[in-house]
Write a protein that binds this ligand. Structure first.
Ligand code: ADP
Ligand code: G6P
Length: 483
């Protein structure tokens, strides 16, 4: 039976998480990560439904409205949180799709849970979508949903967007269930990726793993009457205007000044903002900073590094290890170099509201984005969108999707610690004139390619399957790679 909504988004997470307080009451908190940052403003403007998990195990709450969005919860049992979410999604797929920075684990039990939970999301979408509706499935946790949904509801238009990289076939080939994953994705009419390279990796996997004819951006399915699936890139973005507006507010600027004062008024403030994830290169960044202190190229008191690290996937082994490593490293740097009233690294293992984030961006002379692999990295775009004053420098890893668009950043290979150190010093000493020139160009890009445009472009391509390839025009982005 069809539901009421003409647009249904299906994502592992709802825009808000249910939090159980110590006194037994429940409250709602904004969910972590870039997917929610990007989709929330889009869905606030649409009269659609958002299907997702509420972040805790057990019976799902009834559908409700939050942050201006209709939320339809899907429940996960404690075992499913372990096997589907922590296991297959974040112990198998996440590392596999991020250049195997840590080794992926393959367990048949995890896969079975992934299949079962994907069926549940597909069923929920089938129940909410109106006749002929558009359903937009999000990210690596739900790659089987397009096929499962098409079986239930062939009347729907189905789009899929992968927020994280899609790996080269040589890596993807490790996955014992690679054929089933590709078949799941091919249930969609349009499969979107962050970068052109991700789309071509996917097309190549279709050719190599399941011998399907895939030419240019189209895969043809001979068993489905020659139905064609389009794969293309749609680089995601942020609500740039909203962030620009927030950063211009006097109270946010005052808070930014206060942050600098509380840090002891150093000449330079460096900032890192990440989920505490091994893909983000936090240890590489800390190593570069530590060596700059030990080399005497920066002095304690002259520069302070603020590292905000949102708690993430805290029961997954590699994340437990990373947290320990980061905390030991920060402790060592501060123990070695701190003086009374001068702390070189401020490590904040919390989540903050948007206003505090905007103030932090304004307070930072240098933003450090050193991911070892990252689908997009919205933090880089948020920093740029906040700097209405055209000040500040962005040090940006080549291995982010954002690097395709923000060619005026100081590009780094985070594995090259000497190169990273030079880039940081260069950012610290950049003339205001050069910083403004670079920031202006990056701001133009982010303003013109905001998240509303991203969503509109994707949804339009989904409605018009025969349209021209929608891949990003990279010729205008330019790119500078540090020598
Ligand atoms: P990912 O999706 O891998 O976490 P992104 O950089 O694309 O990486 O998106 C992260 C989002 O989470 C951004 O919108 C960023 O502002 C937000 N964020 C990251 N850390 C924090 C934090 N400590 N408090 C609040 N928001 C955070
Ligand atoms: C990335 C992923 C999202 C995910 C987010 C937060 O942005 O692409 O799908 O929601 O990280 O991770 P979490 O595991 O907490 O949902």
């Amino acid at each position: 039976m069809a539901g009421d909504y003409d647009l249904v988004v299906v994502a592992n997470r709802l825009p808000v998480d249910r939090v159980e307080e110590a006194d037994g009451t429940t409250s709602w908190r904004r969910s972590p990560g870039g997917l929610v940052t990007a989709l929330e403003p889009v869905m606030q403007r649409e009269d659609g439904a958002w299907i997702g998990w509420a972040g805790t195990h057990g019976e799902p709450p009834e559908p409700f409205d939050a942050v201006g969005v209709r939320c339809v919860p899907v429940g996960l049992s404690a075992d499913e949180v372990e096997d589907y979410y922590e296991g297959f999604s974040n112990g198998t797929l996440w590392p596999l799709y991020h250049d195997v920075i840590v080794a992926p684990t393959y367990h048949r039990r995890w896969w079975e849970a992934y299949v079962r939970v994907n069926e549940r999301f597909a069923q929920a979408a089938a129940e909410q979508a109106a006749e002929g509706a558009t359903v937009w499935v999000q990210d690596y946790q739900l790659q089987l949903v397009p096929r499962m949904l098409r079986r239930r509801r062939p009347d729907l238009r189905i789009g899929f967007f992968n927020h994280i990289p899609f790996p080269p076939f040589e890596i993807f080939a490790q996955l014992p269930w690679r054929g089933a994953i590709l078949d799941g994705l091919l249930g969609a009419d349009l499969v979107g990726f962050q970068r052109p390279a991700d789309a071509s990796n996917f097309l190549r996997a279709c050719r190599r793993a399941i011998a399907l004819p895939a030419r240019q951006s189209l895969v043809r399915l001979p068993d489905e009457g020659g139905r064609q699936v389009r794969a293309a890139s749609f680089p995601i973005s942020i609500d740039a205007a909203a962030l620009d507006e927030m950063a211009r507010r006097e109270d946010i600027q005052e808070r930014a000044r206060e942050i600098r004062r509380d840090l002891g008024d150093p000449q330079y403030v460096l900032l890192g903002v990440d989920r505490l994830d091994y893909t983000k290169g936090i240890l590489h960044r800390l190593k570069a900073f530590e060596e700059l202190l030990s080399d005497g190229r920066i002095q304690v008191g002259e520069a302070a590094l603020v590292q905000v690290a949102t708690p993430s996937r805290e029961r997954v082994e590699q994340y437990v290890q990373l947290r320990q490593d980061v905390e030991v490293t920060v402790g060592r740097i501060n123990g070695t170099y701190a003086e009374i009233g001068k702390t070189p690294v401020q490590y904040l293992h919390h989540s903050y509201g948007r206003e505090e984030m905007a103030a932090l961006f304004l307070a930072a002379d240098v933003m450090l984005v050193t991911s070892l692999r990252d689908g997009m990295n919205l933090v880089a775009k948020e920093y740029v969108a906040s700097r209405y004053d055209e000040r500040g420098a962005l040090v940006l890893s080549e291995f982010t999707g954002a690097a395709d668009e923000l060619g005026q950043a100081i590009m780094v290979n985070p594995h090259d610690i000497d190169g990273l150190k030079d880039a940081v010093v260069r950012a610290l000493h950049m003339s205001p004139r050069e910083a403004a020139r670079r920031m202006r160009a990056m701001r133009r890009r982010v303003r013109e390619h905001d998240v509303q445009r991203w969503a509109a472009t994707f949804l339009e391509a989904l409605e018009r399957p025969g349209a021209e390839n929608t891949e990003i025009d990279l010729t205008s982005a330019g790119s500078e790679v540090a020598p």
